[in-house]
Design a binder for this molecule. Structure first.
Ligand SMILES: *[C@@H]1O[C@H](CO)[C@@H](O)[C@H](O)[C@H]1NC(C)=O
Ligand SMILES: *[C@@H]1O[C@H](CO)[C@@H](O)[C@H](O)[C@H]1NC(C)=O
Ligand SMILES: *[C@@H]1O[C@H](CO)[C@@H](O)[C@H](O)[C@H]1NC(C)=O
Ligand SMILES: *[C@@H]1O[C@H](CO)[C@@H](O)[C@H](O)[C@H]1NC(C)=O
Length: 565
């Protein structure tokens, strides 16, 4: 049904349409009735899991899902609660969200509740990111969320110093903080450890009106980007925060490195490419990765990356963690309108999805190996036929190095991006298969549990249930089936812990919109205008689909007008 739009409203809409609106999301996504029921089922699963956490472990970091006990792995500040807030808002569960606010207000982030050092990286991505995303998604009404994030921010800012009251600023944060004595820990910091704070600290500075946090994040990024590039845009694995020097020359898009590269392009997205160095560095890195580290397997033609060192060469391995990469490449390909990156991103997404569909449980392993095509070196390990790994390689095009599953999101995350960006419903089916597999094998006496071995259909459960199950995996399940305007990728960027943060601007300064992304003869349409609540919060998805339909009707005319400006 296409209703005519009254002219005054139409001209109002025109005012809101940014000239350079960059469309990441495919313009023709619709939520079918089936997807709506799937979204409801995911939501029920999330609520059940959270309520079981509440029953057995309220206030602790995690429920121990098998023994129905508690675990405090994130300093005892209730990581599962804080990490779940944005998921509750995304799933439109305002009462559940509000039920947690007295607990959030009661937290004292100046003191760990259990003895131990505070991880700067984990605290920023889970606690600071979780609080600020919830603040934005709940319409910037609950000031306590910002106040608590700020308490953490001031403590964490000391990781860029020699400690409270001591001389000496640092460019890179330390890995650990001692909150009791306000002292940063010693030792090296990983690339991801030093370079995963730009999105969270941008939001923190914005909402506290204190520019220091963003400044510290820029300082860390600038310092890393000034170190040795082993190829353009490719950085070492670890750094010494005392000297700013690179310590390990091992380049990896998996653990240690991953979210540094991820944030280069997401920060560009968030800020409309206000500082082009970030996107350019990301593009350099992607280009180098394609030239240096990208391989096809000799079996099955799957696309993988290696990790690589200029000194010792390649390790032909890929991991669940590194499977965030295809989604990230698809996002960046849309922003920089690069069809090569888009195509390689899709190949990698297929490869990561394959680790799930090839697994007896339907859940992929933690890490695996492959034999690279076109590499004749005798140093490359080639498993022989008749051995367990040799046969597995012959069947799948990879063999499993670590068969565990810790409720990680990355494969599903990339499938979510693939769905939202390509509009190909095959990705929704794959995510549904993954959801059913996780329900079947990970459902535990209390909530959901990690698995020791995804290679057997009677997998042993581990007594662990990371908070990112609630923050990330459940959220990406849901968002794959939800109204596509909920966390529309043209309004939000999503942090490495899957906490959505509002884009600063819907414009993106990177040349004209290309033709290649939308296949067939579908027309590109401008993003529907922002709603009044959008400036601060609300995950969206309330009636926007209707508006998009109206826009469908008017947009061709609008485009003709703007073409003549
Ligand atoms: C901003 O935050 C920094 C870092 O914690 C702190 O040193 C500074 O005093 C704050 N500035 C204001 C005006 O609150
Ligand atoms: C890479 O290795 C070569 C050969 O060992 C060396 O000459 C070069 O300096 C190295 N490059 C970097 C960036 O370390
Ligand atoms: C797209 O990216 C590839 C790989 O980084 C690069 O070689 C190519 O020049 C880029 N194309 C455009 C149009 O920027
Ligand atoms: C190399 O890659 C594999 C798979 O991604 C990973 O398990 C391993 O930790 C990586 N090694 C380093 C040193 O980054």
């Amino acid at each position: 049904m296409r209703l005519p739009l009254p002219l005054p409203l139409l001209s109002l809409l025109l005012l809101f349409l940014p000239a350079n609106a960059r469309r990441v999301q495919h313009p023709h996504l619709r939520q079918t009735a089936l997807m709506k029921s799937r979204a409801e089922e995911v939501k029920r699963a999330f609520v059940e899991a959270f309520e079981e956490y509440r029953t057995f472990a309220w206030g602790h970091d995690e429920v121990a899902p098998v023994s129905m006990g508690v675990r405090d792995t994130r300093n005892g500040w209730g990581a599962t609660i804080v990490d779940s807030l944005s998921t509750m808002l995304v799933m439109d569960l305002p009462e559940l969200f509000e039920s947690t606010l007295p607990f959030i207000a009661s937290l004292d982030f100046r003191q760990p509740k259990v003895y131990g050092a505070v991880s700067v990286f984990e605290t920023i991505i889970r606690y600071v990111g979780g609080l600020l995303s919830a603040y934005e998604l709940s319409g910037c009404r609950h000031q306590v969320l910002v106040e608590q994030a700020e308490v953490l921010g001031h403590k964490l800012a000391l990781a860029w110093t020699a400690g409270r009251g001591k001389e000496g600023r640092r460019n890179l944060p330390s890995t650990w903080m001692d909150f009791e004595r306000d002292r940063p820990g010693t030792g090296v910091v990983s690339l991801a450890g030093a370079g995963t704070n730009l999105l969270e600290f941008h939001a923190l500075s914005k909402h506290t009106h204190n520019a220091t946090f963003l400044h510290l994040a820029h300082r860390a990024m600038g310092t890393i980007m000034a170190t040795t590039q082993f190829r353009p845009g490719m950085y070492g694995g670890t750094y010494d925060p005392m000297t700013d020097r690179v310590v390990s020359d091992r380049v990896s898009f998996g653990g240690n490195g991953d979210s540094f590269y991820e944030y280069l392009v997401k920060y560009a997205h968030m800020t409309g490419n206000a500082e082009p160095v970030y996107l350019q560095t990301w593009l350099d890195g992607v280009n180098s990765a394609m030239e240096t580290m990208m391989f096809k397997s000799t079996v099955g033609d799957w696309t993988w990356l290696s990790n690589w060192s200029n000194r010792t060469g390649h390790e032909y391995a890929f991991s669940h963690l590194a499977c965030y990469l295809p989604g990230n490449w698809l996002l960046g390909a849309r922003l920089a309108h690069n069809s090569t990156i888009y195509a390689r991103g899709l190949e990698l997404a297929e490869s990561c999805a394959h680790t799930y569909s090839a697994s007896p449980t339907g859940i992929g392993p933690e890490a695996w190996h492959y034999v690279p095509a076109g590499v004749s070196s005798s140093l490359v390990f080639r498993p022989s036929a008749g051995t367990k790994i040799g046969d597995m390689y012959a069947q799948r095009g990879f063999w499993v190095q670590n068969a565990g599953f810790v409720l990680r999101p990355e494969v599903v995350e990339s499938m979510f991006y693939a769905w939202r960006i390509t509009g190909d419903p095959v990705w929704q089916e794959r995510v549904w298969d993954a959801f059913l597999a996780v329900k079947k094998y990970c459902r535990a006496p209390a909530a959901y549990a990690s698995l020791v071995n995804v290679e057997t259909t009677e997998p042993v459960k581990k007594d662990e249930s990371e908070s990112f199950f609630y923050a990330e995996l459940m959220k990406y399940f849901y968002l794959t089936f939800s109204d596509p305007d909920v966390i529309n990728l043209d309004r939000y960027t999503i942090t490495t812990e899957a906490h959505p943060l509002l884009l600063e601007t819907q414009e993106f300064d990177y040349g004209p919109e290309p033709e290649w992304v939308v296949t067939g003869n579908e027309e590109q349409q401008p993003l529907a205008p922002a709603t009044p609540t959008d400036g601060c919060g609300g995950p969206g998805g309330t009636g926007m689909g209707q508006l998009m339909m109206l826009m469908d009707f008017y947009v061709p005319a609008l485009e003709r007008c703007s073409a003549h400006q």
